[in-house]
Every structure is written in structure tokens, then in C-alpha cells.
Design a protein around this ligand. Structure first.
Ligand code: EPU
Length: 341
């Protein structure tokens, strides 16, 4: 195991912030992960496990313990048996590489989540989603390692307590468990799911009525490239906040003031409202800038960082949240996770 010292976290996060991790290891096997955890235990150090670093704000003070970057790779396709093919991916595998390989094999279920940055493990923890699909729709099980005992346990999808951008693995009890690998049940048949507005518009403009899986992937990639910044060239973590889920009564009161406000049913009596729309059309903050930090020119929910510190990003995020509160009374929650300590 190779442990680095004082590794700058801004090199490992797509928002490009973060001071030094006192210790830093890349776990490319389960064995190295176990060694890294033992190293931290012997020294009583806190541990933070990082995936692709695409959904975190690492603090300027760095991290006084050990940061482990998951780097296990590999995707296995089970023999086709029955209507569903089991696809098992290691936690450190690139999410989009997994999606690409399933689309190449004609397996349906992940294509709407093409080009989402990050890795498989974090995708499960955060129940990532886009264009009408979420990890929870196809996840069969996840295997996770208990940090305290070293035991590996398989969690069935129903035990993962998935919700909008959350899961059991985000709860205090779930944080004891590190996702090692995940299995998805994908279908070689059936029609892709293209009801989401942006995809409908894309195919209508091209006169395509029954798109193939590869065409859906191409469409998602084109829409994302048009609306979202490229994490390889711009400092960003995608959507910085979650979309608020409010009561139908609250929604109706807001919609009376802003008749164009979109809303999507999210369970009985609950409505999810797009915060990007609110920041854009109510607060006028699309493309706003404060020093080196701003909102993206074509998507107000996305914060972009052009060399600013974590403190600057945080200050800007507070400004956005304050504007939303003042205009609508809504409290907003970060989707991005803080790394401090
Ligand atoms: N909108 C605006 N102005 C803006 C941004 C959005 O008017 O500046 C409107 C859009 O036109 C649309 C609505 O708000 O009517 C929703 O926008 P969009 O379809 O872009 O999706 P979102 O709700 O802002 C969510 C996810 C994204 C995911 C997209 C597409 C969250 C927090 N974000 O964004 O995920 O790619 O849907 O499915 O749920 C991420 O999690 O990092 C992420 C990028």
C-alpha cells in the first residue's frame, strides 16, 4: 500500500477545492482498502472515502485523517438467464464507462444516466439519477464492507432505503459501510424511457419516434453537453442543491404567485420543484457571478468555480440559498457533500 502525505484534495475533486489530506491512499483492490482502514485505525485517524470527487466540497483546511480514493475496477456480465441480465460493477469503476458498456451490449436501464461524472460506489450511495431514471430503478444488490469489523454483507435493493438522492449508505448507521460493488438488473428487450421533456424535444426535432438504446445515450450526452459544464475543464459538481420536495399546499401557494412554476409529483401530497427554475426565473441568478464563483450560464442549479476557494464557494452557495428563502420561503438542502475534519 502506498500512502501519500499532504495530498492536495483539490486535485481529486471536480469543484477543484480542498486543502491537503494528511494521508491519502488509492485502493485499487479490496485488500488495499482493508490495509488503509487498518492504518487509520492504528493511528485513530478519521477516514473519508472518496469516489470520483464529483459531488463533494472539500474544505480549504484539508482533512486531518486518511482519505481513501476507491479505485477498484471491473464490470462482469452474467449469462443471459430470464428477462434480466445481472451486471456487477466494482465501486471504483467509472459510472459512464459502465453505462457505455451496457448500451454496447444492448442492455436497457442505465442509458438515461449517461455521462454522469463519478464512480459506481458513489452512484449507489447517492442514488444518482437523470432524465427519468435513477439507480434505484435497476439496482439488484450492493455489497459493502463494515469499517469496524471488516465483514462484507450483501444488501438487497429493498434494504438500501433509497430516496431522492439518498440511501441507507448516507445515514449515520449506513456510513459504517463502504460499498464495494453493485449489481444491476438490465433488460435486453423493451422500449427505452424517453418521456423526459429534454429527450422528447431532442427526438421530435429529429423526427425519431422509436429511438434505439444507442440513440438515447447519444441524446442524453448531447443534452448534457448543451446544458451542463464539462467537469474535465470547468470546476463544478453538477447540481449543487437538491430540488426541494414540498407539500401540495405549499406548491399551490407558490404557483399562484408564479403560474409557470413547474412541479412533479413525488409521492402522495408531495411535489418536487426545480430549484434551477426558481434561481433562474424568480431570483434572476442564472449566470450570476461573485468573484471566481458563479452559476452556470445555461443551468442555474450548477455552481461553477474558476479557481475560488471552498470558502468562496460556500459563501456563494449561502447567497443563492438566501435569495431563494427571501423570494419563496423555501429552505434548500445541499446535494454536494462537505469534506472537512
Ligand atoms: N430550469 C430553468 N433554468 C435553469 C435551470 C433549469 O428554467 O437555470 C428549468 C428547466 O428548463 C426545467 C427544470 O427547470 O424545466 C428542471 O431543469 P433540468 O431538467 O435541467 O433538471 P434539474 O431538476 O435542474 C435534475 C438533476 C440533474 C439531472 C437533471 C436531468 C437534481 C438535483 N438534479 O436537475 O442531476 O441531470 O435533473 O435529469 O436532481 C446532479 O445531480 O448533479 C445533476 C446534474
Amino acid at each position: 500500500m502506498n500512502i501519500r502525505e499532504h495530498e492536495p484534495l483539490r486535485l481529486h475533486t471536480t469543484l477543484r477545492t480542498g486543502g491537503p489530506a494528511r494521508f491519502f491512499a488509492e485502493a485499487d483492490t479490496e485488500e488495499v482498502l482493508r490495509e488503509a482502514l487498518a492504518f487509520a485505525r492504528e493511528r485513530a485517524l478519521p477516514v473519508f472515502v472518496l469516489g470520483g470527487g464529483s459531488n463533494v466540497l472539500a474544505g480549504d483546511e484539508g482533512f486531518r485523517g486518511l482519505v481513501v480514493r476507491m479505485a477498484t475496477r471491473g464490470v462482469r456480465f452474467a449469462d443471459v438467464a430470464g428477462p434480466v441480465v445481472e451486471v456487477v460493477a466494482e465501486a471504483g469503476e467509472s459510472w459512464d464507462a459502465l453505462v457505455a458498456s451496457t448500451v454496447e451490449r444492448g442492455l436497457r436501464g442505465l442509458e438515461n444516466m449517461s455521462l454522469i461524472p463519478g464512480q459506481v460506489g458513489a452512484a449507489v450511495v447517492g442514488n444518482i439519477g437523470a432524465y427519468g431514471a435513477e439507480v434505484q430503478d435497476t439496482l439488484l444488490w450492493a455489497e459493502a464492507l463494515d469499517r469496524r469489523t471488516g465483514q462484507v454483507r450483501r444488501w438487497a435493493a429493498a434494504e438500501c432505503a433509497f430516496g431522492y438522492r439518498t440511501s441507507f449508505f448516507k445515514t449515520p448507521a449506513g456510513r459504517q459501510w463502504l460499498v464495494l460493488r453493485a449489481a444491476f438488473g438490465l433488460r435486453p428487450d423493451g422500449a427505452p424511457h424517453v418521456a423526459y421533456r429534454d429527450l422528447q424535444d431532442y427526438f421530435a426535432a429529429r423526427g425519431v419516434s422509436a429511438p434505439s438504446l444507442a440513440e438515447v445515450r447519444a441524446a442524453v450526452i448531447a443534452v448534457r453537453r448543451r446544458k451542463l459544464p464539462d467537469v474535465t475543464t470547468v470546476g463544478t459538481a453538477g447540481s449543487f442543491f437538491k430540488n426541494p420536495v414540498i407539500s401540495r399546499g405549499q406548491y399551490e401557494a407558490l404557483a399562484a404567485r408564479y403560474p409557470e412554476l413547474p412541479g412533479h409529483d413525488e409521492g402522495p401530497g408531495k411535489v418536487k420543484v426545480p430549484l434551477g427554475w426558481i434561481l433562474d426565473h424568480i431570483c434572476g441568478l442564472k449566470g450570476a457571478r461573485c468573484g471566481r464563483v458563479g452559476t452556470h450560464a445555461t443551468q442555474a442549479l450548477v455552481i461553477v468555480n474558476d479557481g475560488g476557494t471552498a470558502a468562496e464557494v460556500e459563501q456563494f452557495a449561502r447567497k443563492l440559498a438566501g435569495a431563494v428563502k427571501a423570494q419563496t420561503g423555501l429552505d434548500v438542502e445541499w446535494e454536494v457533500e462537505r469534506v472537512t475534519g
